[in-house]
Write a protein that binds this ligand. Structure first.
Ligand code: ADP
Ligand code: MG
Length: 703
């Protein structure tokens, strides 16, 4: 073990000033177990005590006073609850009042009128006189007369710790104590010299000492920059290493040819030209799948970019190579839809496609399971039912996870166990997340982007209207229906169980019915509480054009594809998040007709919601929206990103430090390009650090 591991892993009680009781509390309250944890408990701000102020020049706008002088008097004043101890401290320029309401006896014992003291605390003015209540006090000596050597750190703490005299300021003493114990060699450099020089980064030891006890604001900024860079660098390096390791060591099934199924589908049945983005991604998949290693690929594509076709073509290649495929969708409706569109796209091609969901029961289920086990089913489509333990494949070679964020990590991990050699995995996102975020959060995955929509799509016209305009909106739908189009009207369902939301939906349904009376119009309604068959029937009637209007909750949010629909009305649009609004809007604009998205809101709309609506009106681009969403909400809230681990930075922010993130990523890529094993002498600091700080999480099997 190195010295770093020894001294920094010392239990926190070994630090002077920390009793067993305080140690316990630090563990419980702040998760501080060791010296290292304390070192990484960063101050959230600093107070400048590097200069002693003149009392006479204290200004009412100053937050703190830091003054030194002679204590003239110390007197008890007031009675009962007004009882207080008042001291007067004088320097050459003026007098300041010091006030205590508690601990009076103790203060009286400690302080002697006539002595010199240095005083620090929150400044207030009372009838023109400067005043500090409960100040920090120390003897005024020659050594400290010119102020502190560094800014005073203030730390996050808790009420319980404060009660044990570990206030935000008191931590500073502990940290000073800590720096008595650790030396430069205990915090060895972990970045190569070249990188330090290129980005003008201070040394690691410098950074740690200056982030806690900076000599000046500038020193603090340098320390912060260095540590943020380090954080971003190692997070990305680890992810990339996992990917490299996987590429090197994970065996994958080999699809080495493109056979008759793919070829005849491509030549004779595909009714459109693939977009360049689709072709590119398909090439990437083929390259991976032919390489002998396991593919673990994230496909990001905007709503309507044609991800399903990429999945289908890949599954045909799998079938051509004698492997089975599985396509998982997050909902029954989506699974059904994929099943239907894939079956009809394949026409009379000899491919055995089956669907398996929670509602596949009895004999039918048994028969399908048998065919899957025998290898007769080439493409199995379904919900998470397809990854249950009972579903055994003969030779699963390819797995597609559609609309990825609805699946849990554990569910996805199940996939890996479905074959001796794990199948290739293609994860397709429902809504794009920003590139920078994707590359950080999913740096261990192979990554593809489809940033192109099929040709001929017209941008969707998005409009924000007040609810009072509902009659006009309904008239507009009538016009579209008269042209043969269809429309969605969506109601928010914030909580599946919320009675109020359902009441609103039903009320809305009745209202819509009054605008669109039968038998001239027919309406489908779909919501989460319906039995599955009813949902299916209603959905199906809309898909086939039997009904012109679909009233629904967000159950139709992802994936539903009815190209004839041209109007999307979203009621109470202020209640939806950006990615959800974008997803819903993506239900229209799927055909060649001009489409519209109308966002209805009440009169009271919060600023945040107004901002979201503005963004929706301004752009149709899912990647743009994802960037904006990240800015508005921060990375933790973005759907489809990992909750913990990769994005959990202590100092860096994926929103505010985007440039640095980019720089760190480029640095990592360049380093690995040149030295994939991290074995060159110049990279020894990196290697040592990685060795000492082994990541606890294995990311490689997550997608
Ligand atoms: P998403 O990426 O949102 O899952 P889909 O796969 O549902 O999108 O595709 C949306 C629609 O676009 C479907 O009707 C599909 O048939 C059609 N489509 C896919 N690729 C193309 C293409 N290259 N040219 C024209 N239409 C396409
Ligand atoms: Mg889709």
């Amino acid at each position: 073990m190195t010295s770093e591991a020894t001294i920094l892993s010392t239990p926190i009680e070994y630090l002077t000033g920390i009793s067993a009781q305080k140690g316990d509390l630090l563990r419980k309250e702040l998760n501080i177990h060791t010296f290292k944890d304390l070192l990484e408990h960063y101050p959230f701000r600093h107070i400048d005590r590097t200069n002693v102020d003149q009392i006479g020049s204290l200004s009412p706008s100053a937050e703190y006073a830091y003054v030194g002088g002679k204590l003239l008097s110390l007197e008890l004043m007031g009675e009962n609850r007004g009882r207080r101890l008042v001291g007067k401290l004088k320097d050459q320029s003026g007098v300041i009042e010091l006030v205590w309401f508690q601990g009076i006896n103790w203060v009286q014992k400690i302080l002697q009128p006539g002595q010199q003291y240095l005083v620090f605390g929150k400044l207030s003015f009372f009838m023109g006189t400067p005043q500090v209540a409960h100040p920090d006090i120390e003897n005024y000596t020659k050594e400290n007369s010119s102020g502190k050597q560094h800014l005073e750190p203030v730390y996050p703490t808790t009420e319980k710790l404060k009660a044990k005299s570990l206030s935000g300021n008191a931590f500073g003493k502990l940290v000073k104590e800590l720096f008595q114990r650790i030396q430069e060699k205990d915090l060895p450099e972990n970045l190569p010299k070249e990188i330090l020089e290129k980005y003008k980064l201070v040394s690691r030891y410098q950074a740690f000492s200056q982030i806690h006890l900076p000599a000046s604001e500038k020193h603090y900024q340098h320390a912060l920059r260095r540590l943020k860079f380090e954080e971003l660098f190692f997070a990305q390096l680890r992810m990339n290493l996992v990917r490299i390791q996987r590429h090197r060591f994970s065996r994958g099934v080999v699809f080495d040819k493109v056979g008759p199924l793919f070829n005849s589908f491509y030549k004779d049945y595909l009714s459109f030209e693939l977009t360049n983005a689709q072709k590119r991604v398909l090439k990437e998949i083929r390259k991976d799948a032919g390489s002998g290693r396991q593919m673990n690929r994230l496909l990001q594509g905007d709503v309507g970019s044609g991800k399903t076709m990429v999945a289908l073509l890949s599954m045909l290649i799998a079938a051509d190579n004698g492997f089975q495929s599985v396509l998982m969708a997050p909902t029954e409706i989506l699974a059904q839809q994929h099943y239907q569109s894939i079956s009809s796209a394949l026409q009379e091609l000899p491919v055995n496609v089956k669907i398996l969901t929670g509602s596949t029961k009895g004999k039918a289920r048994k028969a399908i399971l048998q065919q899957v086990a025998d290898g007769e089913v080439q493409i199995l489509i379904g919900t998470h039912a397809v990854i249950e333990d009972k579903v055994a494949f003969q030779n699963l070679g390819f797995a597609v996870v559609d609309e990825q964020h609805k699946f849990g990590v554990a569910q996805r991990a199940q996939l890996w166990k479905k074959n001796d050699i794990p199948p290739h995995v293609l994860v397709m996102t429902a809504t794009p997340i920003p590139r920078t975020l994707a590359l950080t959060a999913y740096g261990d995955l192979d990554y593809s982007v489809m940033d192109e929509l099929p040709p001929g799509r017209q941008p969707i016209n998005t409009i924000h209207r007040n609810e009072t305009a509902r009659p006009q909106v309904m008239d507009f739908i009538k016009e579209e229906v008269a042209k043969g189009r269809q429309a969605y009207i969506i109601y928010p369902l914030i909580e599946e169980s919320s009675k109020l939301d359902y009441e609103n939906l039903m009320k809305g349904f009745e209202e819509v019915k009054s605008f669109f009376p039968e038998p001239k119009y027919w309406i489908s309604m779909v919501h989460g509480k319906q039995p599955i068959e009813q949902k299916e029937t209603n959905m199906q009637r809309f898909v086939t054009g039997d009904t012109q209007i679909m009233v629904s909750t967000t159950v139709i949010e992802v994936g539903v594809n009815v190209p004839n629909a041209s109007v999307m009305v979203i009621e109470s649009a202020e209640k939806f998040g950006l990615s959800q609004l974008h997803q819903l809007r993506g239900r229209v604009g799927r055909g060649a007709d001009k489409s519209y998205c109308i966002l209805l809101t009440g009169r009271k709309v919060s600023n945040d919601a107004r901002e979201r609506l503005k963004i929706m009106v301004a752009t149709n681009d899912g990647f743009d929206i994802a960037e904006k969403d990240l800015e508005l909400r921060g990375p933790g809230e973005i759907e489809g990103t990992r909750q913990s681990g990769a994005l959990n930075f202590r100092l860096a922010s994926l929103v505010n430090d985007k440039q640095m993130l980019e720089a760190a990523r480029e640095t990592v890529e360049a380093l690995l390009e040149k030295d994939p094993d991290i074995s060159l002498a110049e990279n020894l600091p990196v290697k040592n650090f990685l060795h000492q700080h082994k990541a606890k999480t294995k990311w490689s099997k997550i997608a």
